[in-house]
Design a protein around this ligand. Structure first.
Ligand code: DLL
Length: 444
């Protein structure tokens, strides 16, 4: 955060002079200059990347325009696994000041590294993320993202400080204490996974604390998919304005993109991350406005540059300018990954579709699980969802009404009927970090 442009008179963060508002030509110029430098850095220091360029008869000089990025090979998660732990680092260890790791679902974790400069960039993009959500000096931010190898906790922590607001580094878990701090410290904003926040809100209600009576006004949520339907519930139940933030360890952690007050997509901090959308099957680049897989190139990372990283996250780059005045482009909210699809009776199903159906029905609570099983070689899906105490106590009538509505909503969205189990409040396991929405028993 040494950049004088971003300092206000009091030495704090001045979001209006951040690169989010640069004239487009200037932004593209910065991107091209940085793209050339990062390709050269990776070529000079990362053997895997160098050999892939050589196989294609490319050198860093092959990059003359931004569109030339499409000539470069993709980087995949398996590349990180295959070179575990440090094989893609472009800095010697004596320049590395932080390591994080992400476990994923199978096998070895992936490890990511940061130099001092990388950490400064990370703090800056997180400060810009928070500023876009309307946070500023004077705010008290409870950071309930997990601290540790997960990038959420420390990423948000330094971003709040860089913004000049006060961070409460509480990490995830210990929900009773979270509620006490929320109330006693006069917390004005909270960061968490959306599922953990809903757990916290439910617990607060049980403890007789109405979040609407507190100064809490903003929630900054990410690390897992969540829907506009959940956003509406958060506002109704807790009175907060909820903002979606996106990022991934491989690229930097949180701070790749975030929503502004318009809530119409997430601004990508394009001076540091170059977004592309590709067809997930053919790998061909798609124009703005078309849906596909998000591919990201880090433009300023030193310790671990990522060239054309295939995120598997499905989204669209919005072609229109945002009403907020930022010039950096937006991506639509990420509702699914190319690898979280399952096929039930020939129908492609994404967990986010199930969520959308569940939350459209009154009487449900935002806690659910999808259970996959296998019967005679065929995949089956059933859904367990919590219902409100009112519905649950009126066992016969209300339950039947809600069940019928849910079955209809799911059939409407997916085109198939699935098993449904309505359960009482507090039945489904809660998570302090990313929620486990799908329980896969197909190979049990
Ligand atoms: O989840 C970084 C993060 C922390 C982002 C805190 C936002 C807030 P990973 O653990 O490496 O990093 O997981 C990255 O999580 O590829 C997406 O599939 C998913 N994801 C992250 N943010 C969102 C979001 C962090 N807002 C993976 N909506 C990504 C949907 C998200 N999915």
């Amino acid at each position: 955060m040494q950049h004088e442009l971003w300092n206000d008179a009091a030495g704090g963060f001045n979001p209006v002079s951040a690169p989010d508002y640069l004239p487009e030509a200037q932004l593209r110029e910065i991107q091209l200059r940085r793209l050339k430098a990062v390709v050269k850095r990776a070529y000079d220091n990362v053997p895997l990347f160098r050999s892939r360029l050589e196989e294609r008869d490319l050198t860093p000089d092959s990059i003359a325009t931004l569109a030339d990025v499409a000539k470069l090979p993709f980087t995949l998660k398996s590349d990180l696994r295959d070179t575990y732990p440090f094989g893609l680092f472009a800095s010697p260890m004596h320049d590395v000041v932080r390591l994080h790791a992400s476990s994923g679902t199978t096998g070895k974790p992936i490890v990511v590294a940061y130099t001092r400069e990388d950490l400064d960039v990370w703090s800056e993009v997180m400060a810009r993320t928070f500023a876009a959500a309307g946070l500023h000096r004077g705010d008290i931010v409870q950071n309930a993202f997990g601290y540790g190898l997960f990038t959420g906790g420390l990423g948000a922590h330094y971003g709040v400080e860089a913004l000049g607001a006060a961070v409460v580094p509480i990490s995830g878990g210990n929900t009773d204490r979270q509620i006490m701090v929320l109330r006693d410290f006069g917390v004005t904003a909270i960061c968490a996974t959306p599922s953990y926040f809903m757990h916290l809100a439910e617990k607060a209600m049980d403890m007789g604390v109405d979040l609407k009576d507190l100064p809490l006004r903003i929630g900054v949520f990410g690390a897992e998919p969540w829907s506009d339907a959940l956003r509406a519930r958060m506002l109704a139940d807790t009175g907060i304005q909820a903002f979606d933030i996106y990022g991934l360890s491989e690229i930097i952690g949180p701070g790749v993109a975030g929503e502004c007050q318009q809530h119409e997509g997430l601004h990508v901090f394009e001076d540091h991350f170059l977004p592309e959308i590709i067809d997930p099957v053919t790998g061909e680049p798609l124009p703005d406005g078309e849906e596909g897989e998000l591919v990201l190139t880090t433009l300023s990372k030193k310790a671990m540059p990522m060239i054309r990283y295939r995120t598997r996250d499905i989204t669209t780059i919005l072609p229109e300018r945002c009403g907020c005045g930022r010039t950096v482009r937006r991506i639509r909210r990420i509702s699914r990954r190319s690898d979280d699809m399952f096929i039930i009776r020939g129908v492609n199903v994404f967990p986010s579709q199930v969520e959308a159906a569940l939350f459209s029905v009154e009487g449900t609570l935002p806690h659910y699980q999808i259970i996959l099983s296998r019967d005679h070689g065929l995949d089956q899906m059933s859904v367990e969802v919590e219902v409100t105490p009112d519905v649950f106590s009126d066992k016969v009538r209300a339950m039947e009404v809600v069940r019928a509505r849910l079955a209809h909503a799911i059939e409407h969205i997916l085109g198939i009927r699935v098993g449904l189990r309505l359960v009482g409040p507090h039945t489904i396991p809660r998570s302090e970090g990313k929620a486990k929405r799908v329980v896969d028993r197909r190979n049990d």
